[in-house]
Design a protein around this ligand. Structure first.
Ligand code: NAD
Ligand code: UDP
Ligand code: UDP
Length: 311
């Protein structure tokens, strides 16, 4: 049966894929976005769909609509964009969560928060499990994002305890794929664009820091399973791919797949850049019967093709 589903941040990278999948499953989709980092181009192909609707709206302001499900994704996700106006970033996470939780409470909707592996900060526990409380600098340049997301998680769990809301919290690890913003500074988009243009590939620090990269389709599948999981499973649950790569390794794979002649150049490491990151996904496997299916090279090939068509 089709539900009425609100996706905040629906014109963004992940949001646009989610809207598409929800429509395919027969739901009515309401996409809310202020187009800060998202774009109409990402949802252009959905605009004619009879069950798709868009509202230009900033989630830091109240929103009155009638829905059954809320996916709360609104928030800039790349360091360049979330550090551009850090106060607005915290407001988006915190006021945005309060407004969407208030909405969920009024209409008795189930609500999912797109949280992040950044809640673990620069972790001493490796791989990261959900019961690890993290190591986050509260006053650094990444704090607007990390602490904003941590506070949003707090709000979700307080609305659950205080108002018995049906909440779902997913902690998303680095995800990549088509419709990543070409200039948002994230490593996968940077490396691919640089490789395709034959520019130097910018490695920050010594390039030995690690990340784990999940392809967007796998991620969306997990998010939707989480939304429809049993009522008393709130999460937080890690979602990501457990393959772990240094940035040097990632650069080598991108150079190989693009056949590029680009050289590596080394730039200073940004402040508080986590040294290692890999999700422990046992909980997602057990509760959601999910694990990622798309290997790095296959996902990168699709992403490379996407950027090729646009450069
Ligand atoms: P994105 O920047 O492409 O998407 C975010 C969307 O939110 C954009 O369309 C933007 O315009 C919109 N937005 C920002 N502020 C808003 C506001 N105040 N009101 C309404 N809309 C607003 O980034 P993404 O990668 O698609 O990330 C989506 C969500 O997933 C974010 O909450 C992000 O923190 C989370 N996440 C993503 C990753 C990843 O690797 N992609 C990892 C961890 C968490
Ligand atoms: N809110 C909203 N849409 C709704 C209901 C509430 O945007 O349909 C916002 C409203 O701004 C409110 C916030 O959500 O301040 C929190 O709502 P809640 O009912 O939890 O608390 P209130 O502040 O109303 O006591
Ligand atoms: N990074 C890099 N070169 C770039 C962009 C990023 O070496 O051009 C590094 C960055 O320092 C970090 C990793 O790649 O260690 C992932 O960065 P991204 O901004 O994609 O994600 P996050 O740090 O939020 O996990």
């Amino acid at each position: 049966m089709g539900l009425r589903v609100l996706v905040t941040g629906g014109a963004g990278f992940l949001g646009s894929h989610l809207c598409e999948k929800l429509l395919q499953q027969g739901h009515d989709v309401l996409c809310v976005d202020n187009y800060f980092t998202g774009s109409k181009d990402n949802i252009l192909h959905l605009l004619d769909h009879p069950r798709f609707e868009v509202i230009r709206h900033d989630v830091t302001f109240p929103l009155y609509v009638e829905v059954d499900r809320i996916y709360n994704l609104a928030c800039p996700a790349s360091p360049i964009h979330y550090q551009f106006d850090p106060v607005q970033t915290t407001k988006t996470s915190v006021h945005g969560a309060i407004n969407m939780l208030g909405l969920a409470k009024r209409v008795k909707a189930r609500i999912l928060q797109a949280s992040t592996s950044e809640v673990y900060g620069d972790p001493e526990v490796h791989p990261q499990t959900e019961d690890y409380w993290g190591r986050v600098n509260p006053i650094g340049i990444r704090s607007c994002y990390d602490e904003g997301k941590r506070c949003a998680e707090t709000l979700f769990f307080d609305y659950w305890r205080q108002h018995q809301l049906e909440i779902k919290v997913v902690r998303i690890f680095n995800t990549y794929g088509p419709r990543m913003h070409p200039n948002d500074g994230r490593v996968v988009s940077n490396f691919i664009v640089q490789a395709l243009k034959g520019q130097d590939i910018t490695i920050y620090g010594d390039g030995m820091q690690t990340r784990s990269f999940c392809y967007v389709n796998d991620l969306i599948d997990a998010m939707m399973r989480m939304m429809e999981s049993r009522v008393d499973f709130t999460g937080p649950v890690n979602i990501g791919n457990s393959g772990e790569y240094t940035m040097r390794q990632l650069a080598a794979v991108v150079i190989k797949l693009t056949g590029s002649k680009s050289q590596l150049i080394f730039k200073p490491i940004p402040q508080d850049d986590p040294k290692q990151r890999r999700p422990d996904i046992s909980l997602a496997k057990k509760e959601l019967n999910w694990s990622p299916t798309i290997p790095l090279e296959e996902g990168l090939n699709d992403t490379i093709q996407y950027f090729k068509d646009r450069i």
